[in-house]
Design a protein around this ligand. Structure first.
Ligand SMILES: Nc1nc2c(ncn2[C@@H]2O[C@H](COP(=O)(O)OP(=O)(O)OP(=O)(O)O)[C@@H](O)[C@H]2O)c(=O)[nH]1
Ligand SMILES: [Mg+2]
Length: 329
């Protein structure tokens, strides 16, 4: 890959690789074509992108209207971010979903109790985070499960502390994902590995069943082995321990910021924040509120991340979580 591709291009490519449907792929491919730097070094890439565009357009046109996929194979994105609960059978995924959302998944002492994804919304302060409880990783997982994982904003790798060797379970889970070209790590990305394109997903390790005997010692060992690779939180759905910390850790893993708006001369509206990617500017905040507001943007006033309250800032000022902004157009 030429080194001079912009972060925006790489982001679009990531979305393209993770897209679930040809329509979605088409949308991101068009974005890539728009964003690819136009110079000699990218000539071949640009030709290749256009070829792919032609193929995809044909594919989309040919596709019969009625799809054969089952409704649960695709989850409509909702809320501030989407996190998938991934792990081996019986790890405690469904119990976790039931503990922090209103969803009522099947929970059982025996493994393989979940065979369809269940979705729940987890409230955290003033936002909602979408959680997807998945069937366990095993020899029998259907392909769509891996698609749901690839499309998520982050993975919660659920590891059972009542297992004799939880670190071994982590290895097994990682191996099963690796077979499907999915890696878990600190940051998301895509890279070529020989002839394979591997998607890397931002991950948080959630150790469950902290109430069990010997759980804390096993947790320590997990932290020693995997603490550098993933943030680790430990919970018990039986006692409720660790659940609040986990919610905050999920929010932080999503790399998002909440921005509140206010109109000149009026108090800030604190009810529903706009949720943006970390690193977004006030101009991007304006775009999220209304396209026209971004077009006519003159300057903004910011309470929070600015040097003093209500300071006037230009369009490239980066907003922080909790900022109140007043846009002047
Ligand atoms: N003691 C204790 N038991 C738990 C905890 N969380 C889950 N369990 C038990 O572990 C078993 C499996 O829980 P599930 O939530 O169904 O696990 P799962 O990962 O969804 O299982 P599959 O869907 O089969 O992959 C059940 O008997 C739960 O009651 C916990 O924090 N403490
Ligand atoms: Mg389950």
């Amino acid at each position: 890959m030429p080194a001079n591709l912009t972060p925006e291009y790489i982001e679009a490519e990531l979305r393209y690789r993770k897209a679930a449907t040809p329509e979605e792929k088409l949308r991101y491919l068009k974005e890539m074509i728009k964003l690819v730097p136009k110079h000699k070094g990218t000539e071949r890439l640009r030709v290749d992108l256009k070829k792919r565009l032609k193929q995809l357009q044909q594919e989309v046109q040919k596709k019969p209207k009625a799809t054969r996929t089952q409704p649960w194979e695709h989850v409509e994105r909702e809320g501030a971010g989407q996190i998938v609960l991934v792990g081996l059978p019986n790890a405690g995924k469904s119990s976790l979903l039931a503990a922090v959302t209103n969803a009522k998944p099947e929970i059982a002492e025996y493994p393989f109790s979940t065979f369809k994804p269940t979705v729940g919304m987890m409230p955290f302060e003033d936002v909602q985070i979408q959680l997807i409880d998945l069937p366990p990783l095993s020899d029998f997982v259907e392909g769509y499960v891996f698609n749901l994982i690839r499309q998520a904003d982050a993975v919660a790798l659920i590891v059972d502390l009542s297992e004799p060797d939880p670190a071994e379970s982590v290895l097994e889970a990682l191996g099963r994902l690796e077979e499907r070209k999915i890696q878990l790590g600190q940051e998301e990305g895509i890279f070529e590995d020989g002839s394979r394109t591997v998607v890397r997903l931002k991950t948080i390790l959630v150790a469950t069943k902290l109430d069990g005997e010997g759980a804390r010692e096993k947790l320590e060992e997990l932290c020693e082995l995997y603490g550098k690779e993933f943030p680790i939180v430990a919970v018990s759905t039986a006692t409720g321990e660790g659940l609040e910390e986990m919610k905050r850790a999920f929010f932080e893993r999503l790399n998002i910021v909440r921005v509140y708006t206010k109109k000149p001369g009026q108090p800030a509206s604190k009810d529903a924040p706009y949720v943006l990617k970390k690193g977004s500017t006030v101009l991007e905040a304006a775009e999220a509120i209304h396209h026209e507001l971004a077009e006519k943007f003159k300057y903004a006033r910011v309470w929070g991340s600015s040097e003093f309250p209500g300071q006037r800032v230009e369009r490239d000022h980066v907003v922080q979580d909790g900022d109140v902004i007043e846009i002047h157009a």
